[in-house]
Ligand binder design. Structure first.
Ligand code: TEU
Length: 603
């Protein structure tokens, strides 16, 4: 746990006096501090403004967004075609999942050439055009960089595998077996061992993910320099942001000790304990990011939200913000991590509160309730039955867009797209589901039915079905055969039917994004949860000096009369998602319809 502890070095005090309307980028030049952040002390004037804090991000899974050539796989031209749709929604920046050359064992997270475009997605010219079309619209592009591992088809790995004396051997981790078995007991995230035996050299190589995704050896300075060069290549093209895939696992424990039985059950965290993790991220910041006007967002899977500040404290000069997983995984069954249990609103809000307090005045969070690895938000935290789908999708939109963190909207979430009704194992494409099936069902540990019940809820494929543009065949995603089946509900749930409907989920998102842009308190204001233990109504304030707002979200399918805390007095309604609540002068309570949410200005 040593690397989890901050070592001491006090940052010199530096005064911050900046206008909050400015969209300036911040460059922090102060050394790492370990002074605990005073939680009562988060003042507007201390939260440095930045374009990436004020921006609303939209995540595109290019494979499933829009196909323009009939191949059935989404492409870059499809993204370009839909930029106006996104601009109209109010989106400022787009994160695209990996767009690099790849054999697609893990849909682009297995890169075979970092400086080429995935052929299914188009060409480098298409990519350059995407950037220039985005610039014309004043939008920024965040790319996904996968630097923990490459594809086994990457030239570095092909060289590395070709013999023990090859200069690239040390680009990856090669170890001798132990007593005729793997070098240690590390499991892979996608099932089986994290070691694969290579017949030629009789050694094993390390892969935290699929065996086609060998882990890079960050302890080799040449690896780091090659990766930095590659990052600069994309930044020089005009990319404004980098989402760094599984960044917390890049440093490995050199002795490769066996995991204890306990650690094995929950190895995500064990894999983030590499002793040089923060040293390498800091180095990458100094050598690459600090030279650009760019935002970095680390996917720190495995790191508890309470530790995220080690990555995002601006005085440490590592990353700008982090995606943590405590919230989206609050319902993972601790006894069997492949399935989910029930979750409660109190646990949800306690998790949000902890993340907010952890970020404090020096860190910053990315806020998301779904992405390409997780179930659809309305099916997960809302209620996707016809009666409640729209109101609960809107309620969740209110939550996503009113946090003191940068909001990330996953494609289709703005329509209230739902999970897919999977029937058999053959309906799945996800390498993760297939690996777990092998580990759990084929070994007889879990029954088929039980596994499918869980996979239906948890599978990453839920989020990966094609975007539902309209009610025509294949939801207007492609004229060919879609690579993954379209959700059969596309005739009811699609963009075309929502664009001109003032009451649609889509138009509610548009309204909220506009408010997020217009009201700085929604970005920078202090966050105060009004009742951490309430399991029905999620209520919190956002306070920025004299600008005070109340956010209320009813998480239940019944009406409630919510009693306002005594020190709260509503001045006016900013927005309401569902039914209207006529607010009386000096109201002491507010009547909420099922799944109703609203933002109110306070006196
Ligand atoms: O995810 C990292 C990661 O650990 C998750 O895949 C996690 O194992 C999974 O969500 C559990 O359901 C990133 C990418 O987001 C993911 O799509 C990639 O497959 C993975 O890295 C490997 O690059």
């Amino acid at each position: 746990m040593l690397n989890r502890r901050l070592t001491s070095a006090i940052a010199p005090f530096f005064a911050v006096a900046m206008s909050f309307s400015s969209l300036q980028t911040v460059s922090a030049a102060t050394p790492v501090s370990t002074t605990p952040v005073s939680q009562d002390n988060i003042q507007k004037s201390e939260q440095l403004p930045a374009w990436w804090k004020q921006a609303v991000f939209y995540q595109i899974y290019p494979r499933s967004f829009k196909n323009t050539n009939g191949s059935g796989v989404g492409d870059i031209n499809g993204i370009i075609e839909k930029l106006d749709y996104l601009k109209n929604l109010g989106i400022d920046a787009i994160w695209i999942n990996p767009h690099y050359a790849s054999p697609n064992k893990d849909n682009g997270y297995d890169i075979s050439d970092y400086q080429d475009i995935m052929k299914e997605y188009g060409t480098m010219e298409d990519f350059d055009r995407l950037i220039s079309e985005m610039k014309k619209r004043n939008m920024r592009l965040m790319v996904d960089v996968v630097i923990n591992h490459t594809s086994d088809q990457h030239p570095w790995f092909i060289q590395s595998q070709s013999g023990k004396d090859n200069p690239y051997r040390d680009y990856y981790f090669w170890k001798d077996g132990k007593d005729g078995k793997e070098p240690n007991n590390y499991p892979s995230f996608f099932g089986g061992s994290a070691w694969e035996k290579d017949a030629k050299s009789d050694q094993y190589y390390l892969h935290y993910f699929a065996k086609q995704q060998p882990d890079l050896n960050w302890d080799n300075p040449k690896v780091r320099q090659d990766l930095y060069k590659m990052l600069k290549f994309w930044l020089d093209k005009g990319v404004s942001g980098m989402r760094i895939d599984t960044v917390a696992t890049i440093s490995k424990i050199p002795e490769f000790p066996d995991l204890s039985e306990n650690q094995k059950k929950d190895f995500d965290e064990a894999y983030t304990q590499g002793p040089n993790l923060h040293k390498y991220i800091h180095e990458m910041n100094k050598e690459v990011f600090s030279h650009y006007d760019v935002v970095t967002a680390g996917e720190i899977f495995g790191v508890p939200a309470t530790d995220s500040i080690r990555f995002t404290d601006r005085r440490r000069e590592e990353l700008n913000m982090a995606f943590t997983f405590d919230l989206i995984r609050i319902d993972v069954d601790p006894k069997a991590k492949w399935r989910r249990t029930d979750w409660t609103l109190s646990k949800f809000r306690q998790t949000v509160n902890t993340s907010d307090k952890t970020a404090g005045q020096y860190g910053w969070n990315a806020f998301f309730l779904d992405n390409h690895d997780n179930p659809r938000v309305v099916s997960h935290f809302g209620d996707d039955r016809p009666k409640w789908r729209v109101p609960s999708a809107k309620a969740l939109a209110t939550v996503i867009l009113t946090q003191r963190a940068t909001p990330f909207i996953y494609q289709g979430t703005e329509l209230g797209m739902t999970n897919y009704p999977f029937k058999s194992i053959d309906d799945f494409d996800d390498i993760g589901v297939k690996g777990s099936w092998k580990d759990l069902v084929e070994t007889g540990q879990v029954s088929k039915e039980e596994f499918l019940k869980a996979a239906r809820v948890t599978s990453r494929d839920n989020a990966r079905t094609p975007f539902q543009w309209d009610a025509t065949e294949n939801a207007g995603f492609t004229t060919g055969k879609p690579w993954l089946k379209v959700n059969p509900n596309y005739k009811e749930i699609n963009a075309a039917s929502q664009i001109n409907d003032p009451d649609s989920v889509l138009n509610y998102y548009r309204k909220l994004i506009q408010l997020r842009h217009d009201i700085p308190a929604l970005t920078y204001g202090e966050y105060h949860d009004l009742d951490l233990n309430n399991d029905t109504v999620y209520a919190y304030t956002r306070i920025d000096g004299n600008e005070k707002y109340l956010v209320i979200v009813n998480f239940k399918e019944n009406s409630v009369n919510y009693k306002l805390p005594e020190d709260i007095s509503i001045q006016s309604t900013v927005v309401e998602s569902n039914a209207k609540s006529p607010i009386e002068q000096n109201a002491t309570s507010i009547k909420l319809a099922p799944w109703q949410s609203g933002i109110y200005k306070l006196n």
